[in-house]
Write a protein that binds this ligand. Structure first.
Ligand code: HEM
Length: 357
């Protein structure tokens, strides 16, 4: 598609599909033309419709400023000892069995626990978090439950508790935060909680799954990180490029615009294919080769522009610690022979596998 139809209208989806790196980057970053406010017309607003990821400036800028502090590289770096302990605990639990499922036993519990601790929500409820997150990201087929309603009820209850007895956590902080002298609406606070909970776990979980799939497919990469543990970072960047956890993001055109020679009309939906941009041969030489030392590696897996992933430092730290711990603790590991790889639901905007024993 990058060669033959770089910008094309999909009649079935009724959306423009954009595949080339330069065009994808424009769609992601030119927020005056391509709006993130894709859902907010014609139906009752859900919390996610008023969350950071679904807003344009100036509201986006104001809301983002409230939470950037929690996710700066420096604040995130202070989580390293806790993360390392957590990874070791999870690995310890599986040592005797001699088998672990990267998704179920390691990635989900790790990422859900971390984001729950950051938000200030009970880690014991993590089985719910996983079901809600998987439903919201369409990772598994819709199970018929009102998962959004359940999330709203759950967080409303916790927020009421925090109003009675504030604590030193994000839930309490969001309730006292103000923008230009106004408190956030209840829907906005719920939107923050739900976005952070879900974005904080499904994405990194599938980055980790994708990392182990790559190690399995390219055994020389494991040898490479054993020799050069300092290069785990660039291996992970290549995993992000090669198997982007998020395949695409949506925008809506705010005005008529010509992109890739095509006339996009105001109001039409545009899908920016990050996973395709990351394999664009004009930017990444030999893009189908997994190159653990690729440099530069300007992949778009964390987005680009004002919506650039807020959790990128956390995701990078979590995945580095997991990879380092696995390589340090186990002389060898491999995918369970004969285990079947089940991709995420085709409806999902995410790329990964459901389980990885
Ligand atoms: C935004 C990817 C991990 C929180 C984004 C965007 C992408 C992305 C592509 C841009 C969306 C857009 O342009 O519309 C990823 C990937 C991750 C990851 C691939 C892991 C490998 C995380 C984590 C958190 C998080 C761990 C939370 C702690 C967010 C938030 C936004 C965002 C809040 C919205 C930012 C904004 O609109 O200003 N992420 N993410 N992400 N991500 Fe991540």
């Amino acid at each position: 598609m990058r060669q033959s139809h770089p910008v094309t209208y999909d009649d079935r989806e009724q959306q423009w599909m954009v595949f080339r790196y330069a065009d994808v980057r424009r769609v992601l970053s030119e927020h005056e033309t391509f709006s993130s406010e894709v859902e907010s017309h014609g139906h009752t607003l859900t919390p996610l419709d008023v969350s950071l990821i679904a807003l344009d400036p100036p509201r986006h800028r104001h809301l983002r400023a409230l939470v950037t502090q929690v996710f700066t590289p420096r604040t995130v770096a202070s989580l390293e000892p806790r993360l390392t302990a957590l990874v070791n605990e999870l690995l310890d639990q599986r040592v005797e069995a001699g088998m672990l499922d990267v998704i179920d036993d390691l990635a989900y519990p790790l990422t859900v626990t971390m984001i729950a601790e950051l938000l200030g929500i009970p880690v014991l409820d993590r089985a719910h978090f996983r079901r809600w997150s998987d439903q919201l990201a369409s990772i598994v087929p819709f199970d018929g439950t009102n998962f959004m309603g359940e999330m709203e009820a759950y967080f409303s209850c916790l927020l009421a508790e925090r109003r009675r007895a504030p604590q030193a956590d994000l839930l309490s902080a969001l309730q006292t935060a103000q923008i230009e002298g106004q408190y956030l609406s209840k829907l906005e606070i719920l939107g923050f909680c739900i976005l952070l909970l879900v974005a904080g776990n499904v994405t990194t979980t599938h980055l980790l799954g994708n990392a182990f799939l790559c190690l399995d497919a390219f055994p020389q990469v494991r040898a490479h990180i054993e020799e050069r543990p300092d290069q785990i970072f660039s291996v992970l960047e290549e995993v992000l490029r090669y198997r982007s956890p998020i395949r695409f993001m949506f925008r809506v055109a705010k005005r008529d615009i010509v992109l890739g020679g095509q006339d996009i009309l105001a109001g039409q939906w545009v899908t920016a294919w990050l996973a395709s941009a990351n394999h664009d041969e004009t930017i990444f030489p030999d893009p189908e080769r997994f190159d653990p030392q690729r440099s530069p590696n300007p992949h778009l897996s964390f987005g680009y522009g004002i919506h650039y992933c807020l959790g990128a430092s956390l995701a990078r730290l979590e995945s580095r610690i997991v990879l380092e711990s696995m390589v340090r603790r186990f002389a060898s590991f491999q995918r369970l022979p004969g285990s079947r790889l089940q991709p995420l639901s085709a409806q999902s905007f995410m790329q990964g596998v459901l389980h990885l024993p």
